[in-house]
Design a protein. Structure first.
Length: 355
């Protein structure tokens, strides 16, 4: 996945279907914000925004989220990431721009159409689980299906299926107060999946959990994604979480998208000093792939151990350091395309040279 800034998609994604995207999206808080933007042809400076008594939460954001990918939005507190996602779902109305959803501008949908899209095509999970305390796990998960008007037998059948999917089978008749924090979050995830959404929005869904449960929920999330292949927009401020989950990451600062790319792109090819600082403490072995470390195969070489081109160095570092032989690298089809020397991994772990 190639790195890109200013919201353009990387080359590995250019042929994938765009599920949802933003086109020059702005969100300014304050009086007459729309008129203000129109008067400045949609390109005001920060000084002009401040002088007008407005607050910019999202500034000129353009991006595409492709079908089946996990697209993570990162930034410090106040960077605009949650506001951007709420604009993408029209929980907050953008001041200007377009929100493209399945080929149409979501901002042109009327209230009735928007409600139907949210009910049938979007799933949302937030940091606070917002479970209904007087309803059982089964009824909480089935609740959005009841709102859709689906009859009880059908909605309960679907609810039981997703409850089993998230590992809560046997707890259908429990109430939220009888569940741990991680179990409550699983109920929230199951509820959002019950409607079989086309796009799944998650806003810091694991940040309230303790580290062990958080890791377990990340594992669960990846397991679900491997099964369901949802299009996911995921907000986090934790870069370790992002590099573990993301296909691509967008880094925001002061309402703007600074860079979009794979975790490896952001760490090895930061577009700005801010991105470099943001990713400075990341363990490079967690993001550098075998493809970035490999060199051409030697003539006639045989490789007892082979790794895939996309495997992260951390997954094979211990084995190759303990080995006297280089590892072969294969592509997605299993074809040998290169080799990795032990010294390249040792240098990476020691931080002795850039890759």
């Amino acid at each position: 996945m190639a790195s890109s800034s200013n919201g353009s998609a990387g080359s590995a994604h250019e042929n994938r279907t765009m599920q949802i995207g933003c086109r020059n999206v702005w969100k300014l808080f304050g009086r007459n914000a729309e008129l203000f933007l129109q008067a400045r042809q949609g390109a005001p400076t920060s000084e002009e925004i401040t002088a007008a008594g407005l607050v910019s939460a999202v500034r000129a954001v353009t991006l595409d989220v492709h079908e089946g990918e996990i697209f993570i939005i990162m930034g410090l507190s106040g960077s605009g990431k949650s506001t951007l996602v709420r604009c993408m779902t029209r929980l907050i109305e953008p001041t200007a721009g377009e929100i493209m959803f399945e080929g149409r501008d979501l901002l042109q949908a009327n209230e009735r159409e928007l409600i139907e899209i949210r009910r049938h095509k979007m799933g949302m999970v937030f940091q606070h689980f917002a479970l209904l305390p007087h309803l059982t796990v089964l009824d909480n998960v089935a609740f959005p299906l009841a709102v859709q008007g689906i009859v009880r037998p059908q909605r309960e059948e679907r609810a039981r299926a997703v409850i089993e999917l998230v590992g809560l089978k046997g707890r259908e008749q429990y109430y939220p107060r009888q569940l741990s924090g991680g179990q409550q979050q699983r109920v929230g995830i199951a509820r959002s999946l019950a409607v079989e959404p086309n796009v799944w929005f998650l806003d810091e869904p694991f940040s309230a959990l303790d580290p062990l449960i958080r890791r377990e929920m990340q594992d669960e999330f990846l397991r679900l994604q491997n099964m369901l292949r949802k299009t996911i927009v995921f907000i986090t401020h934790d870069f370790d979480e992002a590099i573990r989950l993301a296909d691509r990451i967008a880094i925001m600062k002061d309402g703007e998208i600074i860079q979009i790319g794979s975790p490896e792109d952001l760490v090895t090819r930061p577009a700005t000093a801010y991105v470099a600082e943001f990713t400075r403490d990341v363990q490079r072995a967690k993001v550098i792939s075998a493809g970035a470390l490999m060199r051409p195969c030697r003539d006639g070489a045989a490789y007892e151990t082979r790794v895939r081109i996309g495997d992260r160095a951390a997954s094979f570092a211990a084995a190759i350091v303990a080995s006297a032989q280089p590892f072969g690298v294969v592509d997605e089809a299993g074809t040998l395309i290169g080799e990795i020397q032990r010294d390249a991994v040792i240098d990476l772990l020691a931080g002795r040279k850039a890759t």
